[in-house]
Design a protein around this ligand. Sequence first.
Ligand code: DGI
Ligand code: FE
Ligand code: FE
Ligand code: FE
Length: 187
Amino acid sequence: MDRSEALTLVEPHLTKARFEHTKRVAETATKLAKMYGHDTIQADLAAIFHDYAKNRNKDELRQWIVKESLPQHLLSYHHELWHGPVGAILVKKELGIDNEAVLSAIRWHTTGKAGMSLLDKIVFLADYIEPGRQFPGVEEVRTVADNDLNLGCWLASRNTISFLMSKNQPIYPDTFHAYNDLLLQIN
Ligand code: DGI
Ligand code: FE
Ligand code: FE
Ligand code: FE
């Protein structure tokens, strides 16, 4: 599948703003792939599909989690965490994408996890640093991302956890697992 076909498939499922975000994530992921020696076409495609389920309603996402036997504890956490795991299932079902590396990057892009692949990390970080993002501290993460992928991912994960804790939000276990595992990979 080429990138224009992929974009055409995704566009009707997303709001205008979400589609623009998606294109910026894809450009950023392509850049990171080039820098860190990953196939750029696959990184571009994974990024194009990463938020495929983002604009589905909560009830539909919930139903897929139950029906597809995803971890049921997802339902006890914020619905923001549901679109990655459900997105990976829906791009396979609805679009026929069956590349496991791509599906993994989609699945884990919000929380991260311990033992992320290179592609998982590229999409995770591209989603955080794409040029439209304005999180506090994102500029530092952008600078680091040019030199050290693991440190960039760890900073993104640390910032997200700090932000959620400052709001007294629950933190999903894989979000902590990503933080701990990335810390071990930083020299
Ligand atoms: O879908 P995007 O907005 O592009 O980005 P994303 O999929 O990374 O989602 C970001 C949101 O997810 C952001 O509001 C923080 C939230 N998030 C990430 N990890 C956790 C989390 N929310 C909770 N409650 N717990 C987490 O562990
Ligand atoms: Fe997302
Ligand atoms: Fe993210
Ligand atoms: Fe995103």
